[in-house]
Design a protein around this ligand. Sequence first.
Ligand code: NAP
Length: 263
Amino acid sequence: MSSKSYLIIGGTSGIGECIVEKLKTPENTLYVGSRSAVGVFNKNIKNFKVDVNKKSQLDLLPDELDGLVYCPGTVTLRPFQSLREEHFRHDMEINYFGALSVLKQALPYLKKSANGASVVLFSTVAVQLGMPYHASIAGAKGAIEGLTRSLAAEWAPKIRVNAVAPSLTDTPLSQHLLNTDQKRQNSAERHPLKRVGKPEDIAEMVVYLLSDKASWITGQILAIDGGEKGRQIGQTDWQGIFDRIDAMPMRRAEMGEKAREEK
Ligand SMILES: NC(=O)c1ccc[n+]([C@@H]2O[C@H](COP(=O)([O-])OP(=O)(O)OC[C@H]3O[C@@H](n4cnc5c(N)ncnc54)[C@H](OP(=O)(O)O)[C@@H]3O)[C@@H](O)[C@H]2O)c1
């Protein structure tokens, strides 16, 4: 197996931590940054402190990077009336501007990857689905989706850029949404696959997108969501729609009949 270098921002918790676990092999070198990152610094793992909100410099990047994953994110759920400008700005700062800063710094190293590099960003299923109380986070992640497609076009063929869009996943970030049995059950129920996500569900896709197996995939937003995005389609009353279409000529005929009677 060839050796690769990966930068994982936000690799110390939840999905990012799981990605680090999966990429941890004797061949790979992982650069893992977060505000709380401490301790591990050896040949294969280099943990370092970084606060993406403070535009920290990523000083210890290697000569070339084969992959970058940007994990920091937020879950700000409020009705639109109670969202203040600071909520929108905070969500944009961490989800979007933080990613921009890291991408700008990492680009020269990604360009040097011998076999082409892969970038994975994070959106949320709420962007495509449209969910109440998600205006702030969906706005910030919507920006990530646009950025993903733009950079995929701009950086091809050397660098692939994709995003994953999870639904509710059991991590420290989402604990306030899963901290009672009732909440957990309700959340599981609204997914066609009847459970919330596990960090591994998402990490598997990220690791795949980083790998050479995904070498013909770029510019995609992949929903990893227990069927949540398809739920609206699943719930659409197609039979009712077909019945109405079938009935239309009859209705028109009925209406014509009625009009003639009225004359
Ligand atoms: N969990 C869900 O239900 C869910 C659903 C949809 C989308 N997502 C998205 O998936 C991604 C990963 O979420 P997660 O649930 O794994 O989150 P998480 O458990 O909160 O992990 C986030 C990671 O980012 C780091 N981080 C946060 N703020 C940072 C900052 N200012 N500078 C540097 N690092 C920072 C955290 O470490 P420190 O705190 O030590 O800095 C941590 O390592 C996020 O983008 C999130 O929006 C999650």
